[in-house]
Ligand binder design. Sequence first.
Ligand SMILES: C[S@@+](CC[C@H](N)C(=O)[O-])C[C@H]1O[C@@H](n2cnc3c(N)ncnc32)[C@H](O)[C@@H]1O
Length: 256
Amino acid sequence: MMNKKTKKQPTSWEPVEKWYQSIVEDEGHYFHRQIILPGVIKLLGKPSSILDLACGSGVLAQHLPADVEYLGIDISPSFIKAAKQKDNNKLHEYLVADVTNPLKLNKQDFTHAALILAAQNLDQPKIAFQNAAKHLIKGAKFIVVINHPCFRIPRQSSWGVDQTKMIQYRRIDRYLSTMKIPIHAHPSKGDLSPATLSFHYPLSSFVQWLFETGFTVELMEEWCSDKESTGKNAKMENRSRSEIPLFLAIRAIKNT
Ligand SMILES: C[S@@+](CC[C@H](N)C(=O)[O-])C[C@H]1O[C@@H](n2cnc3c(N)ncnc32)[C@H](O)[C@@H]1O
């Protein structure tokens, strides 16, 4: 856990809003459409109301049944503006706020909460979990989707090829340490590129924070890419792609 006295890191995606919108657009990024949104919708079950923490431009809101009450919160005003512009559902609301501060919300009886592809952009995810707990009813479902922390660690994991066995393997250089890693939106532009901040936390940290904030982990799913390679390396690439998951989804239940 971070030292409480450490200055909070700026984690908003405001500087990369245009770039992220261009890849996510209305339907979501390829992996949103193919893997994440169908997976999240299945894990949610039948929600009546959802609190979507770090909602970005409200991609989840666009894929919910029309009668679900929805509140999306993000720290970036541009993301919230874009979300509002493309959403005319009267049951949907949006708010600019930092989900790692106590939230000023009256509603404490959401049946579901979500934190999608954002826990690793927060410098104190446990506070976001606390916020979810505070605004959920007993037995509510909390869905957290993260880049798989065991296999996708920015700058510390990569593909390699064992030429003798003709196997593509995943190399992990560091895992247990908490890390803070700037990610450039346009790597070829180096420091001139706008950047976001990613944090790496080992899997046990997420489970521990859920436990400490009053949740029980009900299930975890590991989602692979559905892309297919062609060409001479297709067999080994397709095999490693189907063995090494990209995303980890956790469904936790609020205890009391
Ligand atoms: C990768 S985007 C994911 C957005 C959305 N959940 C989705 O799946 O498209 C990460 C989001 O986290 C937001 N974010 C980062 N730090 C935040 C904070 N402290 N409070 C609220 N939102 C935050 C960013 O502004 C950005 O919109």
